[in-house]
Design a protein around this ligand. Structure first.
Ligand code: PMP
Length: 355
């Protein structure tokens, strides 16, 4: 029996995507070859790559001035590749510190330039998204993490930046309609909303690409990857194929419907949290994430019992990250409503009994 998968990433994928991917592992479109066996230079893969790139642009409303790349090295490589491409030692960039992944991005960027942390919510253990700060116009770029996977906060409005705006969207890419054209650079590890681990989506605006002046190792140079359309070396063929299947699934549902369902799923869980004093949400309500719902119990001694009850019901992946403790329900696009309803029922019974 299939589990109810609340993993933070790698995470749940649509069942039909898993089915189609498994068929392609045996035989891709009756070609007599597995998707694992085709050449990355073959027409079959060229079709896969181009369709995946154009679906990303279509779903995000991006035009010809953006390039879509599928790279390797995870979102973590982008933490260093981005400043390596864009900064020289005397250049400055701004970052917002909204949690563990921002901190990691800041740490890597410091190897390449002057990094200013313009806002941070560290003081309250990252319960909120900082607002109302000024972004100087002498920065090369300003970087945010749109969804904070560990702490469960998310930007619901984006800062107005007088410089190129850059975002790590690893854990909320394509979870809602948004103005993607406000960003000059977007990156996301695929393993939450897009596909399997091993492929990283990078979206770069031509005007930002034009700012890169340094000589860089080829594999770390965005210009090389754009010129070669993600085929400078052998890309993650299977990962990109599964991304394509997920993007097709997303398109068939429609981003509006996906967003509506994500809001419904998240509000079901948040409303149980808010109804029972036993539960305490980590994020402040206005910055709550649609994707990662974090909460603790006011009676922590009951945590293992709740975990046990959810486990018996086939729910997996809801143990909280050690930085917050308690629970984290990751409710990415592909998680069915029925999984959320089941978790809510269990939480509701538990809340009634022990609040
Ligand atoms: N950024 C965010 C927001 C993440 O959630 C993660 C992974 N959980 C990362 C970056 C790191 O991604 P990767 O493991 O692909 O390097």
């Amino acid at each position: 029996m299939r589990k109810h998968i609340f993993n933070a990433g790698p995470a749940v994928l649509p069942e039909e995507v898993l089915q189609q991917a498994s068929e392609a592992v045996v035989d891709l479109h009756a070609s007599g070859m597995s998707v694992l066996e085709i050449s990355h230079r073959a027409t079959a893969f060229d079709d896969i790559l181009r369709e995946a790139q154009s679906l990303v642009k279509e779903l995000m409303g991006l035009g010809e001035d953006y390039s879509v790349l599928f790279l390797q090295g995870g979102a973590s490589l982008q933490f260093s590749m981005l400043p390596m491409n864009l900064l020289s030692e005397e250049d400055a960039a701004g970052y917002a510190d909204t949690g563990t992944w921002s901190v990691k991005a800041i740490k890597e960027a410091r190897l390449f330039g002057q990094i200013h942390v313009l806002a941070s919510s560290k003081q309250d253990n990252y319960r909120h998204i900082p607002k109302g700060y000024t972004i100087p116009d002498n920065l090369k770029y300003f970087h945010i993490t749109t969804n904070n996977t560990i702490f469960g906060t998310q930007y619901h409005t984006f800062p107005d930046a007088p410089v190129p705006l850059i975002a790590d969207m690893s854990s909320d890419i394509l979870c809602r309609k948004m103005e993607a054209t406000r960003f000059d650079f977007i990156y996301a590890g695929a393993q939450k909303n897009l596909g399997p681990a091993g492929v990283t989506l990078v979206i770069i605006k031509q005007s930002l690409l034009n700012l890169i002046r340094k000589t860089l190792p080829s594999m770390l140079d965005y210009r090389v990857h754009v010129e070669n359309n993600s085929l400078y070396n052998t890309p993650c063929v299977f990962g990109i194929y599964v991304c394509l299947l997920t993007l097709r699934w997303l398109k068939s549902k429609g981003l509006d419907a996906i967003e509506a369902l994500n809001k419904q799923k998240a509000s079901l869980i948040y409303s149980v949290i808010d109804r029972y004093p036993l539960f305490s949400g980590h994020a402040v309500p206005e910055d709550r994430s649609l994707m990662n719902i974090t909460f603790t119990l006011t009676k922590p001694e009951l945590e293992s019992q709740l975990l046990e009850e959810t486990k018996k019901a086939g729910i997996t992946g809801i143990k909280g990250h050690r930085s917050v403790g308690g629970f984290r329900a990751s409710v990415y696009n592909a998680l069915p409503l029925k999984s959320v309803s089941l978790l809510c029922e269990i939480m509701e019974d538990f809340g009634k009994k022990y609040s």
